[in-house]
Every structure is written in C-alpha cells, then in structure tokens.
Design a protein around this ligand. Structure first.
Ligand code: FAD
Ligand code: FES
Ligand code: FES
Length: 485
C-alpha cells in the first residue's frame, strides 16, 4: 500500500490514514487552510475552487481551477495543489488578489477565495484570445453580494498576464508526474493503475470496484447522497487514455480526455463539438470531467452523446480479452445501461472526419444558458448528393427518451428527399413516432416534443445560411460547417 503524496502550497504532504473518498476540500480545511469554502458540495458555486498543476492532452503543464468538493484526495497524488493561502510571494499579494482588491471585487468574501483561484488559472492561460472565453473562465463562480462587474473587470485585467514569477517558472519546469497509486485506509481502497496489465490485476483484487475518472459525476454519491464508495479504480493514468489525435480519416479522443482540453482541440477543426462544450457546465467541471465519463454515466441528458452520435462516432471498448468497437448509436441499451460488459472499459472515442460538404448542428436547450443541464439536446448531420437529395442524415436527440437515440422515422422520411422546407415539414410529425419524451421538472413532454421539432426546423434554416440567433460575443450552440446550397 502507498501513501498519498502531493504538495499543498509548496509544502510536501504525505497522507496514510484517512478514507480515500475524503475530498480535497475536506482535507485542506482540516489543515487549517480554511480560505477554501464549501457552498454547495456539488460543483455549482465555485466557493471550493483550488488550482492543481496538471498536464493537458498534449503533455503541456497547465494550472487548472477545479472544484475541490468533487475531487477525492488520492486524485491529487503526485501533483501540486494551490489554495488562496498559497499565492502570496515575499509577503505581497498575488496580482490577481491585487486586481480584485483594486476594483472592490469582494464584500462578504465567501466566494472570494474561489474567485481568486479561477482568476489565477486565467492569469496563466495562453489561449484567452476572445473576451467570451474570459467570461467563461468565471462562469462557475457564484457571488451573492458584490455583483459581477468588478469581478469581471478584475479578471479581464489579469487574464493571460503570466507574470514573471515562481508560478510561471513552475509551469515551464514541471514534468508529468506519476499518478499510479494503491491506497487503502479505513476499510476503503483506491487504486490507480498506470498500465493495462495493472488494471486487470487491480480488477482481480477488487472485482466489485467502481471505475472513476474525473469524479464530477460519481463523487456526488458521497457528497450529496452520503453513500460510501468503498472500492474505486481510477482509469485516469492508463496509457493512451488522455490523448487527442487526428489522422487522414478520423479524430480519436482517449476516454479520459478532459473536456476543457477537448474544447480547445476541436475549436477550429471540429467546431460542433467545441460549441456544445461551450455550454457544458463550468470551467472547473470541464477541467476534470471526461468524455468517457460523460458517455459511461449514460445519462439521457448527457450533452456529448447527441453530437457524437450525429457525427457517426465509434466507441472502442477494452477488456483483458482485447478490444471491440461499438457504434455510438448502439452504445446505450436502456436508462443508465450501456453495451459495456463486465470487465470492459471505454478506452477511446473515434470520430470520422466529416465530409466538408456536410452540414452539422449541435443544440442545447436549458433553462439558463450557462452551467445548466439540458432539457433537450440535439446533434444533426446532413449530407446531400449531387442532385441536392439527402444521402446521409443523422438526427440524435437527448432528453427525449430513456437514452440518447436517433430519430429513425424522421431520418427515414428525409432520406432521398430534397433538402427543402416542405420536406422538413413533412418529416416533422414523425418525431412523435420516434420519441415519447421524458416528462419532468426540467420540461414537460409537450415542451420537449415541441422543442425537438423546432430544433430540426432551426437546423434546416441554419443550413440555408440564415443568421445564427445569439449575441455576437457568445457563439450559439449551433454551427454549420459550410454555407447552405
Ligand atoms: C456542476 C455540474 C455540472 C454539470 N454539467 C453538465 C452538463 O452541462 N452536461 C453534461 O452532459 N453533464 C454535466 N455534468 C455531469 C458530468 O460532469 C459529466 O457527465 C462528466 O463528463 C462525467 O465525467 P467524469 O470523468 O467526471 O465521470 P466520473 O464521475 O468519473 O464517472 C462517471 C461514471 O462513468 C463511469 N466511467 C467513467 N469513465 C469510464 C470509462 N472510461 N470506462 C468505463 N466506465 C467509465 C464511472 O464508473 C461512473 O459510473 C455536470 C456535473 C456537475 C457536477
Ligand atoms: S462547494 Fe460549491 S462548487 Fe464546490
Ligand atoms: S463577496 Fe459575498 S458572495 Fe461574493
């Protein structure tokens, strides 16, 4: 058994005797570093934000603001963690702290430590090339009393500044660290294998263990439902799980790729995915949440499934018997049930490069635009033949049934037809045959059914080159790869 080793504000920490589902938030507060606060314990308020020095999908070191309320302590093994107490240098406040003070960005101060840590990540980012990205950096930080203008102004003032200090030096010098760990305490076990053969061994030792990666979904079992997770196997350190690659025919995303990395990687070349991620949770959540976790939790309102289904993705599953491939549209079997068998993990998502002539749309409808769960979510893909008739169409909807699924009757009604308003209107009633929509507090069945129809109409009009509805500084959730016919 190994101890958990990490650095907290530059101090080496060794932990041997506390349960592995202790959150980083609980641990740092127990050390007396009580600047970091608990607001919601479910990733919604940002009061618990701390920064972890991590690596992105390309192996580059990055400071990432994360919600410490949803991160279990073994997940920072081998890493450096910073809280608001660790930012001063030679007794002087960090530039992000000064920026907030100068603009009167704090009143009661409850949100302030989390705000400071999100600003800290912004300060060392090198990709904040548009104003909305700076705003998006802060969308996971609620403030109840100051008002957001001073916080926003302070963040814009320091975004991307990368001061010449010890934090920049650490960013330049830090090599990826090993996350491999076998930790047991208080009758609980956490294993993080860093090779596939060690994964099979770990599974032999703990046949009932739950897999975990980003923990943004599974940690809620402990923090909100107060149920124990006694045996966990992290898939985060397995080889090939965090890579993003593109070849002549496809993109491949390792299942443990963090959504913030996926958003950055697809922004230019696969915009329907990036645009969906633009309206997915907060920066802190996307800094931990993974593409594999989003698919494997098999939520009917998971946001990645519809667009991946529309793009014709294939999922590569791995077990000790080898690998097998499952088309995305055969992966979900029933509510929260997938085609993964016992002993199988999702290793990789493969997306064929779309035909440049294809029109692709990604839509998310939720009660509020930022940091909300979908009521209805859709991915749409259409390709026309030389005569202007529909030769390929994939319409995938989330929030409409127990699983994300394709609108097969509607697709059949459109296949071979001219891509016109008349064809769309003739096909739309088929959506009633395709889905008996969920009826719950996020949306009635009538509402969801109506939204689904209007999204298809909206997709059609967008392919006709109609202006995209949305504020100019906030790209909408929709993208069309090429002008309409
Ligand atoms: C505040 C908040 C906001 C959110 N907003 C959104 C949103 O806007 N849209 C949305 O779709 N979701 C949202 N989520 C849900 C969640 O963040 C995502 O589904 C996320 O992608 C889960 O990834 P993870 O790595 O954290 O999964 P984990 O919590 O680590 O795992 C989730 C499940 O998948 C299994 N699993 C994970 N990876 C694998 C694998 N490779 N192979 C086999 N099994 C695996 C685990 O055993 C577990 O059952 C939100 C969550 C929170 C807390
Ligand atoms: S306590 Fe609210 S996000 Fe963690
Ligand atoms: S300063 Fe009071 S909650 Fe933000």
């Amino acid at each position: 058994m190994d101890p958990i080793r990490f650095q907290l504000n530059g101090r080496p920490i060794v932990v041997e005797d506390i349960p592995p589902t202790t959150t980083v938030l609980q641990y740092v507060r127990s050390t007396g570093a009580t600047g970091t606060k608990e607001g919601c314990a479910e990733g919604d308020c940002g009061a618990c934000s701390v920064v972890v020095l991590d690596h992105d999908a390309g192996g580059q070191p990055r400071y990432r603001a994360i919600n410490s309320c949803l991160l279990f302590l073994p997940m920072v093994h081998g890493k450096q963690v910073f809280t608001v107490e660790g930012l001063t240098q030679d007794g002087e406040p960090h530039p992000v702290q000064s920026a907030l003070v100068d603009r009167l960005g704090s009143q009661c101060g409850y949100c302030t430590p989390g705000v400071v840590m999100s600003m800290f990540e912004a300060c060392y980012r090198d990709d904040l090339d548009q104003d909305w990205k700076v705003d998006d950096q802060m969308c996971g930080n609620l403030c109840r009393c100051t008002g957001y203008r001073p916080i926003r102004e302070a963040t814009h003032a320091i975004a991307g500044q990368q001061p010449d200090d010890s934090f920049s030096a650490a960013l330049a010098a830090t090599a990826p660290s090993s996350m491999a760990l076998h930790y047991e305490a208080a009758g609980h076990r956490y294993q993080c294998p860093d090779s596939w053969s060690e994964l099979w061994d770990a599974m032999d030792r703990a046949p009932e263990a739950r897999f975990i990666v980003g923990a943004t979904d599974l940690a809620l079992t402990v923090t909100k439902r107060f149920q124990p997770l006694t045996d966990l196997i992290s898939l985060e350190a397995l080889p090939g799980m965090d890579g993003i690659e593109r070849n002549e025919s496809s993109w491949t995303f390792g299942a443990a790729v963090k959504l913030s990395d996926l958003e950055a990687a697809t922004e230019q070349d696969l915009p329907p995915i990036a645009r969906m991620l633009r309206f997915f949770a907060s920066r802190q959540i996307k800094n931990r949440a993974t593409v594999g976790g989003n698919l494997c939790n098999a939520s009917p309102i998971g946001d990645m499934a519809p667009i991946l289904m529309a793009l014709g993705a294939t999922l590569h599953l791995r077990s000790r018997d080898g690998t097998r491939s499952v088309p995305m549209d055969s992966f979900f079997l029933d509510y929260r049930e997938t085609a993964m068998g016992p002993g199988e993990v999702l290793a990789m998502v493969e997306v064929p490069l779309p035909d440049p002539a294809a029109r692709i749309g990604a839509y998310k409808v939720s009660k509020r635009r930022e940091l909300d769960i979908s009521a209805v979510c859709a991915g749409c893909f259409v390709l026309l033949d030389e005569g202007g008739l529909v030769s390929t169409i994939r319409l995938a909807y989330g929030g409409m049934a127990a699983t994300t699924s394709r609108a097969q009757a509607t697709e059949a009604a459109l296949l071979g037809q001219p891509w016109t308003e008349d064809s769309i209107e003739a096909a739309i009633p088929h959506l009633d045959a395709d889905f008996v929509p969920i009826d719950d507090h996020r949306g009635s069945a009538w509402y969801r059914g109506t939204v689904a129809k209007n999204l298809l109409r909206g997709f059609f009009w967008e392919t006709q080159g109609e202006p995209v509805v949305g504020l100019s500084d906030r790209p909408s959730g929709t993208v069309v790869l090429r002008e309409g016919p």
